[in-house]
Every structure is written in structure tokens, then in C-alpha cells.
Design a protein around this ligand. Sequence first.
Ligand SMILES: Cc1cc2nc3c(=O)[nH]c(=O)nc-3n(C[C@H](O)[C@H](O)[C@H](O)COP(=O)(O)O)c2cc1C
Length: 407
Amino acid sequence: MSSESILYSPYNLPCGVTVRNRLVKAAMEENMSSMGNLPGESLYALYRYWAHGNLGMVITGNVMVDKAAMTGPGGVALESETELAPFEKWAKIIKSNGALAVMQINHPGRQVFKAMKGKAIAPSAVPLDMGKHSKLFAQPREMTCQDIHDVCKRFVQTAKQAEKAGFDGVEIHAAHGYLLTQFLSPLTNQRQDEWGGSIINRARLLINIVSQVRAVCAKDFIVMVKLNSADFQKNGFSFDDACEVVNRLEALGVDVVELSGGSYEAPAMQGQTRDDTTLAREAYFLEFAHALESKTDIPLMTTGGIKRAEVAERVIQQGCELVGLASALAITPDLAKKWQQEWSYSGIIPHCAWKDKSLASLANMAMVRRQLRRLGNNLTTLRNPSPLWSLILDMLHRKKMTKRDVN
Ligand SMILES: Cc1cc2nc3c(=O)[nH]c(=O)nc-3n(C[C@H](O)[C@H](O)[C@H](O)COP(=O)(O)O)c2cc1C
């Protein structure tokens, strides 16, 4: 019976907080902020659906630690001087029916669209290689030590602000090719100083951020890290590197490591790699999580390709404590509730298989974002959206949001 499944059993996190069940809404950037990069009515409407979806935890889409460096148009930013009331309302909505509210915090580093006219900084001045789409991205500048300390301070300040606004915790985004991943990967971090070279040096920024967040926030404030199990690019961040980082995070008392993988260049989080690794068709990173589980006591969560209860349950049986769901919850926000009523209910993850893999990846994201916007407008979601039309609508929306944010 579904309600007796381990998926619906509570779990006590190392910080002492209990998650009521194992199902977590993973971060999805919404690109739906109100003026000033603040949460507003559309985001509130969207998160009301998830708040009532019987999830254990809801992780927000990534919130930027620096308003001048945004991952995309219509993003949310939280800095030390940002007004907290809109964030307080956001946290209250997420928590209104018993789910924990965790804010994902992020810095894009070099993954900044040129049109956004933002700050593109990176450990080394290595531009993105997206083939013919590379020109869409800004050329990054190599960070000074001062820049690195500034970024660390910003992550810590944003975490503190999230706590003040009523969030139960933060998830530090160190996956998917954003700034902290750029430090971790030898492909993007070619520094010769204390921030580059060995994995200890490449992980220094992440470790400093985590230990300072732990120091300034309450003991029962949840601290999570989203980490790539690998870059899935030749000579990139390896699984051995990931094991080393996880060991260090464990020593700092991190509550959960969410395992994902890839970057804009190699979107493994969508099941595509750029080395010869083949990922499972469902629960892409479960094999990595299973291999890691024997080497660490840190609670693990894995996200990617999960849309069926049976698969989600297997994730727990194979050593993870939590299961992350993203795209499937964009189309069926109450999937956790549906599984309780009908165990075999299959969530839908839209899939576009165009030959141009970069374009297909954009269309897959566009189809999901279209659903998020529909929910934000209190409209029903579409089970079978057209990839082309979704891409066109997404481009128009992004153009409008870019114009608003840049001016
Ligand atoms: C529209 C969209 C936006 C996303 N934004 C984020 C984000 O802000 N932070 C993050 O860590 N992952 C983000 N992801 C990745 C998801 O969290 C997840 O790792 C990935 O989609 C694989 O899970 P799924 O197969 O359940 O969708 C995003 C995914 C989608 C589809």
C-alpha cells in the first residue's frame, strides 16, 4: 500500500529537524519574479500548489546572492539589504501545510547570458563551449582573491537573510556548472593559487561557505549542498573528487547532499552526457548515490528522471534518504498525493529528442517552464505541450523579462 511505503515515512535530519516524508520538490528556476527580483504574486500562486502537494520539503528555484549576476531573466535575488517581507510571505506559503521550506542559493559565475549584461566572473577566464550557441554567453573575467572573499560573504549573508525570512534552511548550489562547480572542476578552474589545483584547493570556496553558514545560522537551520556526482565531461570533476568533497561536507555537519550532475555544456541533469557515461533512463544518478552511500554517513538525496513511485521507492531502498522531483512536479504538482491514492500513477516528464542536442535541451526546459508559468497564473498544466511552441513562448517571455531586468 502506498501510504505504508517508506516514501511516506518521516526522516530526522542531522540538525534535529524532521522531514515528514521523503519526497522533495527539487529546485527549478521559475523566471517569474516581480519587479526588483523579488518573489511576488505569480511565485506565490505557483508555490501554493506545491505547498498543498503533500511533499516533505520544497526547495525554491535558485535565488541569486548577487543581483548583478543572475542565472536568467526574471530571477530572484536576496542580498543583505533586500526587503524581507516578500520572502517572509513566500516561506509562509511553502510551510502552510507542513512542508519544510528550503531556499536554494546560487551564483552563476560564467553561466551568464550576454543579453543580461550582468557580471560574468569565474575562477579562470574560460568561456562556455556550447558550440554554435556559445556566443549567447558572456566572456568571464578571472576572479581576484577579493572577488572570491566577496562571493563567500554574499552566500553567507543570503543564508542569514533566508533564515530571518522564516525559511527552514538553504541549499548551496554546487552543481550544474554554476560558480561553485566552476571552482570544483579542473576544466574551468586552472588557478595556480590556493583556490586551484588539488581537490582540496578547488573545494575551498564551497567548504568556506558551508562552514561560515553553519557558524552564523541557528543549529537547527538546515544546510544542504547540491553537488555534481561528476561533470560528465572528459577530465572534468570526477566521482573520486565528489567523494572527497562529500567527506569534507560530512565533517561540517551538512544535513543532506543532493546528487545531480552536468552543466549547460553537458546537461546530465537531463540525462545527456559528454563523455562516454551512460545514465539510467530513470533516476539518472542513483548508481552514483549507491556507490557513494557506502563511503559516507551523510544523508543523500538524488534528483533526475524520477516520475514513478516505484522508482522513487527504489532510490530510498538503495541508500538515499530523500528523493528529488523536479519536472514531474511542474506538470503534476500534487504527484506525492496522487501516489498515495494510486501507487502506479506515472508522472510525466516532457521529452524533446531533436537532433540538435543543445536546442532539444532548451526545448525540454522551455516545456517545463511553460507549466510553471501556467501554474503561476492559476491555469491547468498541459500533459503534452508542443516543444516548438513552448520554445517560442519561452523565448518571448525571456525577452520580456530581460528587457524589464536590464532597464
Ligand atoms: C525549468 C527548470 C529549472 C531548473 N532550475 C534549477 C535550479 O534553479 N537549481 C537547480 O539546482 N536545478 C535546477 N533544475 C534542475 C532540477 O532541479 C533537476 O536537477 C533536473 O531537472 C532533473 O530532475 P527531473 O528529471 O526531476 O526534472 C531545473 C530544471 C528545470 C527543468
